[in-house]
Design a protein. Structure first.
Length: 256
């Protein structure tokens, strides 16, 4: 089996794959919990062949040090790693590995099609992949909770609020409700506006939505869309297989 890890600021999201088949996903708060799981699986003959890690918050050296006891090849995805799509991007060295992994995941699920990948996490990103082969770039915008925090932290009197339990009305009658309406409706209008604009140029565009806040919006987005919570993991596995099978990488910690 192969293991891919999306290592965030506060937790690790992992996927166990047999070839292209996603067998299981798990979240770990600490890397020590994952290492204990790997040790347990090794004793039950469920050993791993390769691990690929994507992280926007940790260095390759730190990742390698913490996974040194994994007893298999551990690779760290970075901006120079080979991937099965072309990056038509002016600054590829600044491109986040999570963005490229999600784009590769879209091409794995919808080969040869135009795709727009909307990732609703800490930040909102929207990235265009043309014909399943070319990453064209996109946009980065503040995420849902970042918008709530910004209003609270950048003003003297606005409170820190969270998501509304029910979808907020446009014409709110309290300050707290107005903040919830502004953030949630504003972000919804932003996403639907993006979808409309891209579909003008790409009428057969496939829209894929992922990220922790995707469930908040997916039922209100301009259909048809595909909600794919594990899109980044699918893309990481595709990148891993691309390197193992086609490029014959053989040095832990690097991808040639």
């Amino acid at each position: 089996m192969n293991l891919v890890i999306d290592w965030g600021n506060s937790s690790l999201k992992v996927g166990w794959f047999d070839d292209d088949t996603l067998l299981e996903t798990r979240h770990y708060e600490k890397v020590q919990d994952l290492m204990a799981e790997l040790a347990l699986r090794n004793t039950t003959n469920k050993s791993l062949a390769h691990i690929l890690v994507s992280s926007t918050s940790r260095s390759a050296t730190d990742i390698q040090a913490q996974l040194i006891r994994a007893d298999c090849e551990v690779w760290v995805l970075d901006s120079g790693s080979p991937v099965p799509i072309y990056k038509d991007y002016d600054t590829p060295h600044t491109l986040g590995t999570d963005r490229i992994a999600a784009a590769v995941g879209a091409t794995a699920l919808f080969p040869e099609q135009d795709c727009l990948v909307i990732d609703l996490g800490t930040c909102m990103t929207a990235d265009l992949v043309v014909s399943g082969t070319v990453f064209r770039g996109g946009l980065i915008s503040p995420g849902l909770r970042m918008r709530f925090r910004a209003m609270h932290e950048q003003t003297a009197r606005l409170p820190l609020v969270d998501l509304a339990e029910d979808w907020p009305v446009l014409t709110a009658r309290t300050t707290r409700d107005a903040m919830q309406s502004g953030v949630m409706n504003g972000m919804l209008f932003e996403i639907n506006g993006l979808i409309d604009q891209y579909r003008l140029e790409y009428p057969n565009l496939v829209i894929l939505v992922c990220g922790g806040d995707a469930p908040v919006f997916e039922s209100r987005l301009k259909q048809p869309i595909f909600a794919v919570p594990e899109l980044v993991l699918v893309g990481l596995n595709r990148i891993l297989r691309y390197n193992v099978e086609n490029l014959h990488a053989d040095k832990p910690g690097t991808m040639y």
